[in-house]
Design a protein around this ligand. Structure first.
Ligand code: ATP
Ligand code: MG
Length: 243
């Protein structure tokens, strides 16, 4: 048992959950190291949702609601950490949910689908095809899911796949604590925040956008500004770190 008063309680709970999910085969071992990279940036950003991340989350909500066909692409880490949050976002946004894995096996697809469904998400099924311009199994997706989507939300995505989705002409929204990653810089919109904070923020924004706000947020989106704001936040915190 992790003591509730431990100063790093949330982080320890997340690690314990990821370790259990890795033992069960839901999370890839590589996913554990990816989480560690994310945690380091979360430290730098102060483990909180910054003003610019809130703005990014509201813009993400506006884009999901304005989409012809929005799809949330879920991998092992996202399912392990935020299955319930993904189900709530699906409810609020009307987006489809597709399981899409970097380290893809049918067994992992079934396990992750099971977790999402247990938390109330409806997960797309069908026969995948090599439709994303990438080599190997990373090209696989559903013709009526990601391949058909105009807007794709891909939390914790790899840079290559993010670029390939952009090359297909899609609007790509990502959640990535590292504002320097290729994903963060390639996506149309990056929410620099921890996934369990970012997804509920997008869900809340879906319900609270003012009628004229959505169009304005989409029209004024400047991802470079959002990434700079995240880096400024980190720099500011670092320069006062030992005071
Ligand atoms: P890229 O391929 O985009 O250059 P990368 O190779 O460093 O990035 P990947 O493993 O491909 O990283 O993608 C995982 C990304 O997700 C990392 O940038 C990491 O910072 C981020 N990340 C990991 N865990 C979380 C989390 N819980 N919340 C938000 N972001 C996270
Ligand atoms: Mg990568």
């Amino acid at each position: 048992m992790i003591p509730k008063d431990h100063p790093r309680y949330r982080s320890l709970v997340a690690r314990e959950r990821l370790a259990r999910c890795a033992r069960e085969g839901v999370v890839a071992l590589e996913g554990l190291t990816a989480h560690g990279r994310g945690e380091a940036f979360d430290y730098l950003i102060g483990e909180k949702t910054t003003g610019s991340a809130s703005l990014a989350a509201r813009t993400a909500a506006a884009m999901l609601l304005a989409a012809r066909h929005a799809v949330i692409s879920v991998n092992g880490n996202t399912a392990a950490l935020a299955a319930e949050e993904i189900a709530a976002l699906q409810q609020a946004s009307g987006a489809d949910v597709e399981v899409n894995l970097f380290h893809r096996t049918e067994e992992r697809i079934a396990l992750i689908t099971g977790i999402l469904e247990k938390h109330g998400a409806r997960v797309l099924s069908g026969t995948v095809e090599r439709l994303v311009p990438l080599s190997h199994d990373r090209a696989l997706c559903l013709p009526h899911g990601i391949a058909d989507a105009d807007v794709v939300l891909v939390p914790l995505e790899d840079g290559d796949r993010c670029a390939a989705l952009r090359a297909m002409g899609k609007t790509v929204i990502t959640v990535d604590l590292n504002p320097l990653s290729r994903t963060a810089r390639t996506a149309t919109l990056t929410v620099v925040d921890e996934v369990t904070r970012a997804i509920p923020a997008i869900t809340a924004a879906c319900a609270s956008l003012e009628p004229d706000e959505a169009g304005r947020l989409i029209a004024t989106l400047d991802n470079t500004y959002l990434l700079r704001a995240a880096i400024d936040e980190m720099r500011e915190r670092l320069s006062h770190a030992l005071e």
